[in-house]
Design a protein around this ligand. Sequence first.
Ligand SMILES: N[C@@H](CCC(=O)N[C@@H](CS)C(=O)NCC(=O)O)C(=O)O
Length: 192
Amino acid sequence: MKLYSFSPTPNNRKIEAFIKHFDLPVEIHSMGFKEQENRTKAYLKMNPMGKAPVLEDGDFTLWESNAILCYLATMFPKTNALPTDPQGRANVDRWLYWQAFHWINMIIAFRNEPEKAAKDLELNLGLLNKQLDDQDYICGELSVVDFAVSPYALGRHGSAIDYTNYPNVQAWLNRCNELKGFVETVFKPSGT
Ligand SMILES: N[C@@H](CCC(=O)N[C@@H](CS)C(=O)NCC(=O)O)C(=O)O
């Protein structure tokens, strides 16, 4: 398998962290933004959206980061990162959809107009804080959800948010930050 990635961004880091955390046999092809490989004919054949990440598994190609996380967790069940019982799986899906819409929009709102994002922060951080009341990870055990959600809060914009009123979220972020996959995908700008 091969991952085409714009490494530093949260949408891509979530997959790289998952691969590295579980030592999965997936080649990571880190693309440069400037080179615009994502605009080539060959790349657009894999993903007509022209975006990364894309996973290539033989003749099969897959785009959308959360779909890729679930595919990897299914192909490598030893990761134990995706429940197979219907309710456990539905619970994971719920949080993945929440991330792809509400969580990402909260981060974007905070980046664009921090003073206007207060309501959004309160709602989303409040519910996440409650979810983490008596468990270390969002769905109990470490799952694809933690890889899907945390990179945005650990990234440039998300890390500027004040999590003081959400101690469970802060503790969970610290926990994620220390996972092997996230330690190994800390972005180091070239020349550092
Ligand atoms: N919803 C998509 C978003 C993918 C996405 O927006 N990727 C960005 C990098 S974070 C990208 O490839 N941008 C390059 C471009 O649009 O030209 C996912 O989760 O995979």
